[in-house]
Design a protein around this ligand. Structure first.
Ligand code: C6P
Length: 419
């Protein structure tokens, strides 16, 4: 059995209520009820420290980066590059040159599929994914496969309990596979995949690996060197940072061998009318004016999370999710998805005879923000024989009392629909 070496183990005493007070948005009523925000897997809320950091940047230091010689541009550039260094520490990259700022997870995967893919994938090669991937980790590879004649293969998911069927791994992870791209945590099942051990298996065969850390980066400690992947991607907006900013980490030697993604200013060494030479990574992959305030706000978010400790966050989220799971499991007519034990901080479910959208709509009327739909996992939903689920996803500012309120509302919905 594969066990994950990246799951955290330590903890310290945290004043969670005090942390919650750092999030001004949470202190409001929605449709006359106190807001219970349980849609954190879609996007997290932002603490005052991040909001202030972004507005201070605009109030004091706003200017373009890397090109000015004046004071404001120097300040903006220093803060921008300090954030790159901070991201490197956050995921234990060897050097900040391995950190590329993107718009988010989606752009990071597209960048790899287009740049690395165009150089390394040819007809007949295989691209290995899993059946629990988000569309962002399927569609870019389909586009690449269509362009090159490569073939997509998938590690199956076992069923409602949502684990990877690793009994098929030897059959599927073969030397014809050129890249193995998989999610760390499933956004609709809550499964935590054993990425370190899977990447090790791939590395032994010379297979390049990409880890989609969209649902894990802000929830548990990440160490790219321990995971042993070649690429890792995540989004700022899911981890207390601004929207529109994300990170692609790539192993330096892999990045340096990749052709540019977008062409434009800032990624060049020299340009003449017919020929351009390019900078090395990371700047080769950051054409044009970047999301400067997003990068700087991300730095504040990472500082904030690490002051709490991602090991503590993971433990807290897991406790809420398993409490919610157990409460839902006690109700009649509830179908639950994802593993019973070891799940990350979210719960996906369906109520008999009630559409997931109706669950979410009625919950919203009672101030509880859930998400309903296919969660950009259409192939997985099809495999499970469903069109959608309702999902409650937790973060460190959520409380047990909010889970109780959520369950109370689910009971009301069941009564309301006679389910
Ligand atoms: N999931 C949700 O589950 P972007 O949009 O680029 O920030 O993240 C895309 C993405 C990629 N991988 C995983 C595992 C994800 O969960 C997501 C985003 C959101 O609600 C939106 S569908």
């Amino acid at each position: 059995m594969i066990t994950d070496t990246t799951i955290p183990t330590q903890s310290k005493k945290i004043d969670w209520a005090k942390l919650r007070a750092d999030f001004p948005i949470l202190d409001q009523k929605v449709h006359g009820h106190p807001l219970v925000y349980l849609d954190n897997a879609a996007s997290s809320q932002k603490p005052r420290a991040v909001i202030d950091c972004v507005s201070n940047y605009y109030e004091r230091d706003n200017a373009n980066v890397h090109r000015g010689i004046h004071e404001l541009s120097n300040r903006a550039t220093t803060a921008f590059e300090a954030s790159r260094q901070r991201v490197a520490t956050f995921i234990n990259a060897k050097t900040p040159d391995e950190i590329i700022f993107t718009r988010g997870t989606t752009e990071g995967i597209n960048l790899v599929a287009q740049s690395w893919g165009s150089k390394n994938i040819k007809a007949g090669d295989k691209i290995l994914l899993t059946e629990m991937e988000h569309h962002s980790n399927i569609v870019p590879w389909q586009l690449l496969a269509e362009r090159t004649g490569a073939k997509l293969v998938y590690i199956p998911v076992t069923g409602d309990e949502g684990l990877l069927d690793l009994s098929k791994l030897d059959q599927l992870l073969t030397p014809e596979v050129k890249i193995f791209a998989l999610t760390h945590i499933s956004n609709s099942l809550g499964t935590v995949n054993p990425v370190a051990e899977l990447c090790e298996r791939a590395r032994k065969l010379g297979v390049t690996t990409l880890v989609d850390a969209a649902q894990s980066a802000g929830h548990l400690p990440l160490d790219v060197q321990k995971i042993g992947c070649d690429f890792l991607v995540f989004s700022g907006h899911k981890i207390c940072g601004p929207t529109g900013i994300g990170v692609l980490w790539g192993r330096q030697e892999v990045l340096d061998a990749m052709p540019p993604y977008h062409g434009g200013g800032e990624m060049i060494l020299t340009v003449d009318f017919f020929k351009t030479t390019y900078k090395k990574a990371p700047h080769r992959f950051e054409a044009g004016t970047p999301d400067i305030s997003g990068v700087i706000g991300l730095h504040a978010a990472l500082d904030y999370l690490d002051a709490i400790g991602r090991d503590n966050i993971f433990k807290h989220d897991q406790e809420l999710a398993s409490y919610a799971y157990d409460q839902l499991a006690q109700l009649q007519g509830v179908r639950l998805f994802g593993p019973k034990i070891g799940r990350a901080g979210l719960v996906s479910f369906l109520l008999d005879d009630v559409h997931a959208h109706d669950v979410v709509t009625v919950a919203d009327q009672r101030g509880v923000a859930l998400r309903g739909g296919h969660h950009c996992n259409q192939p997985l939903m099809k495999k499970l024989g469903i069109a959608s689920t309702a999902r409650a996803s937790f973060y460190f500012y959520n409380t047990r009392a909010e889970v109780d309120r959520f369950i109370e509302v689910i009971r009301e919905i069941q009564k309301f629909f006679g389910a």
